[in-house]
Design a protein around this ligand. Structure first.
Ligand SMILES: NC(=O)c1ccc[n+]([C@@H]2O[C@H](COP(=O)([O-])OP(=O)(O)OC[C@H]3O[C@@H](n4cnc5c(N)ncnc54)[C@H](OP(=O)(O)O)[C@@H]3O)[C@@H](O)[C@H]2O)c1
Length: 288
């Protein structure tokens, strides 16, 4: 069976849904990793109807729990013989008040960074066994409002929704840069990207002032189809492998806006901190 297989997280809505649509049109089997069954099934029905490709599978996973991420990656490894594309796309704009997951991670950090990190780490063996596979991490120009402070990585001090989001999107870019180094002697490559400012469901669950502003501006934003263009380019364009580790905008490599994003020492440090946190969280006994 030589069909190409892609995983897209957050595939039921916005940029993830349009990326899934494009991959189905390219005849991929797409595994839609979503947290809500009804939304996932409704998106799958629409995508199958529009593309004529029935190879859209659903895997339910709430990515805010790292144990779920590992279980989902295990299911993927048991079910599928190869993995050509992993698109880490699911993300949130958080609330104005800091909160933690049941595993004790700051919520935005968990969904927007740690889930990308762990899903990738767990699926690397499958990606490595597939020729010319790629990992695509949806980041954002909002990284310019972020900072890498190893002493305050989960914003115990000075939390704001904008800061938590900006940091998480900076970490997507730093993670991609370090990942490219970790996999440089393999056939796997990786890219991060800014999709543009896109009219999706993004920010609709957040009560922060930034979300309110974002929602007011929605009529001026790109359509999800246009916003998915760089994700689709990185998933389908031939011959981009020399740019592994780079940040893309408008389907072109761009230098990220702040120094931490291309500071090799900081990127390595973020990687090590993420490994340590993953180890801690995954080995913590479940609450009774
Ligand atoms: N829209 C923009 O202007 C913009 C700009 C820059 C970057 N981005 C990035 O683009 C990516 C996609 O966002 P979007 O604009 O397409 O927003 P969206 O329409 O809200 O889609 C986000 C997707 O992520 C899923 N998701 C959120 N939390 C999850 C969790 N805990 N577990 C599993 N799935 C979860 C959502 O599921 P539900 O439908 O169940 O909530 C949805 O499928 C994000 O990483 C975002 O940071 C967006």
């Amino acid at each position: 069976m030589n069909e190409k297989i892609a995983i897209v997280t957050g595939a039921n809505s916005g940029i993830g849904k349009e990326t899934t649509r494009a991959l189905l049109r390219e005849k991929y089997r797409v595994v839609m990793v979503c947290r809500n069954r009804d939304k996932a099934e409704s998106a799958r029905d629409e995508l199958i109807h529009d593309t004529g490709n029935e190879k859209a599978d659903i895997l339910l996973c709430n990515l805010d729990e790292m144990k779920n991420v590992v279980r989902t990656a295990d299911k993927i490894k048991e079910t599928y013989p190869r993995l050509d594309r992993l698109v880490n796309n699911a993300g949130i704009l958080p609330n104005g008040k800091r909160s933690e997951t049941d595993e004790g991670l700051e919520y935005t950090f968990a969904v927007n960074h740690m889930a990308y990190f762990l899903m990738t780490r767990e699926l690397l063996p499958l990606l490595k066994s597939t020729s010319r596979s790629r990992i695509i991490n949806v980041a954002s120009d909002a990284h310019q409002g972020g900072e890498f402070n190893p002493q305050n990585i989960q914003l115990e001090k000075g939390y704001s929704a904008m800061k938590a989001y900006g940091n998480s999107k900076l970490f997507n870019i730093m993670f991609t840069r370090q990942l490219a180094k970790e996999i440089r002697n393999t056939d796997v490559t990786t890219y991060s990207l800014h999709p543009g400012v896109v009219n999706t469901n993004f920010a609709s669950d957040s009560n922060s002032w930034f979300a309110k502003l974002f929602n007011i501006g929605k009529i001026f934003m790109l359509s999800p189809e246009k916003g998915a263009k760089t994700s689709i380019y990185l998933s389908t364009e031939e011959g981009i492998e020399n740019n592994s580790g780079s940040y893309f905008k408008n389907s072109k490599p761009r230098k990220p806006g702040i120094r931490d994003a291309h500071n090799d020492e900081a990127c390595r440090k973020l990687w090590n901190i993420s490994e340590e946190l993953a180890h801690e969280v995954l080995n913590k006994p479940a609450l009774a």
